[in-house]
Design a protein around this ligand. Structure first.
Ligand code: ADP
Length: 445
């Protein structure tokens, strides 16, 4: 097992990884930007190095600074968390070249699955259904018009390098398509330095269901059941839960098996998530793989009784998975609420500032993953997640009741947060009955 790991991230996920390491007797080295200097979560590391200025490109995305910190900090491995460099195959390769274990998949599997067009090819070869669409990248407008005519409008233009909803455009007719192609390619070039786009049929009123997988370096692959992340705003998840209450058991099992097949076919290792859309008739379609730990991993940890971050570390150190698929339970019901410092009255703009008062909920079934504290200054440079409320109870009804109770106890003053939106969602009959699709939040509010 590793003795010392560098955590190449910030905020709640950096703290989550440090907590896992502490329980395993592993020392941690934290890195921070000038904007995060003095944040209390850094005290949980054995050592911490400043790696640059506030903008992520000068710090958390700066490979060279991070590799240098690994060498000075004398670590054997690096945990990238999510976001930043976590799905950057070039960084993963550079770590391996420097003899530092990257806690995640091998860079080749990451590159293959990180590209959505090539991931679709792998899914097809693993006999996993994909959304109908173009075979590969779109080479010209005429081809796009032809394919859209074949699959039928509306279609979705997607960036092969996409993430965070960037480079995605719905086209309801040929004119939309022609305009959207250029815009999507430009947006993708700007965000990912890759203008490649392709078309998918736009699935109307879908649910988003994703499967947590875990694969070791010895050929063992298991799933840890599914999460329903249908509650989204602008294609960004807001509330996540496990199990996916609205799906018949047979469909849940088929989706989970499909995810394992895909992972086996691609040679992927470590923790990952295979994402699907499910249409109102319960047909499911692969959309993408997230080659990292995800924000919403705690709901799977709670229903299966596993520690995914510790497993990531164990697998990276070469350990065999001792989990047998049949023995992985899915107990009770878990819901995660993302608490963002955003202003619901102002189109959910980021609301950076100082937290003047903070009272965290507790009691039975409540877990808080957060790095913030009273007096904490939320920097304007990074994402707006200030914490996650995760609730686990025996039934979904109880989980919803406990989550609402915990949201009432949750006090954050000094900045605007998404707590009021979470309350509205959890008490809405459509959520309670699980009769929602990915457009629910925007349609309803
Ligand atoms: P990104 O990597 O940018 O997050 P994804 O492919 O994961 O993009 O899709 C994010 C969300 O966009 C999905 O959860 C869903 O709400 C919506 N979406 C993606 N593909 C489709 C599709 N073919 N039809 C309808 N909605 C889609």
């Amino acid at each position: 097992m590793f003795q010392r790991i560098l955590v190449a991230n910030r905020g709640e996920i950096a703290l989550r990884v440090m907590r896992a390491c502490r329980e395993m007797g592993i020392q941690t080295v934290a890195v921070f930007s000038e904007a995060d200097r003095g944040a209390h979560y850094l005290d949980s590391a054995d050592e911490a190095f400043c790696i640059g200025n506030a903008p992520a490109s000068d710090s958390y995305l700066d490979y060279k600074q991070i590799i240098a910190a690994c060498e000075v900090g004398n670590v054997e491995a690096v945990h990238p968390g999510y976001g930043f460099l976590s799905e950057n195959a070039a960084f993963a390769e550079m770590c391996r070249d420097c003899n530092i274990e990257f806690i995640g998949p091998h860079h080749e599997a990451m590159a293959k699955l990180g590209d959505k067009v090539s991931a679709r090819e792998i899914a097809k070869s693993a006999k996993v259904p994909v959304v109908p669409g173009t075979e590969g990248l779109i080479s010209d407008e005429a081809e796009a018009v032809k394919v859209a005519g074949e699959i039928g409008y509306p279609v979705l233009i997607k960036a092969t390098a996409g993430g965070g909803g960037k480079g995605m455009r719905v086209a309801r007719n040929e004119m939309n398509l022609k305009q959207g192609l250029k815009q999507a390619a430009q947006e993708a070039e700007k965000a990912f330095a890759n203008p490649g786009v392709y078309l998918e049929k736009y699935i109307e009123a879908p649910r988003h269901v994703e499967v947590q997988v875990l694969a070791d370096n010895h050929g063992n692959v298991v799933h840890l059941w599914e999460r329903d992340c249908t509650m989204q705003r602008k294609h960004q998840k807001v509330v996540e839960e496990s199990p996916a209450y609205a799906l018949p058991n047979k469909v849940r099992e088929e989706i989970c098996k499909a995810a394992v097949r895909l992972v086996k076919t691609s040679g992927y290792t470590n923790a990952g998530t295979v994402e699907f859309l499910v249409d109102p008739d319960h047909n499911f379609y692969f959309i993408e793989v997230n080659a990292r730990i995800q924000v919403e991993h705690p709901v799977s940890e709670l229903v299966t009784g596993t520690d995914l971050v510790q497993w990531q570390i164990r697998v990276a150190a070469g350990e065999k998975l001792d989990l047998k698929q049949k023995q992985i339970p899915c107990n009770g019901s878990a819901i995660e609420i993302r608490i963002n410092a955003e202003d619901p009255d102002n189109d959910f703009r980021g609301s950076p500032g100082t937290i003047t008062k903070l009272r965290l909920p507790g009691g039975p079934g409540v877990r808080i993953d957060s790095h913030v504290h009273e007096g904490y200054r939320i920097p304007p440079y990074y994402d707006s997640l200030i914490g996650k409320l995760i609730v686990h109870r025996p039934t979904r009804e109880q989980t919803i009741a406990t989550t609402l109770r915990a949201l009432d106890e949750f006090v954050v003053e000094g900045v605007k947060t998404t707590i009021p939106l979470a309350r509205k969602i959890l008490s809405h009959p459509a959520f309670v009955e699980s009769k929602v699709d990915t457009t629910f939040i925007e349609r309803t509010w």
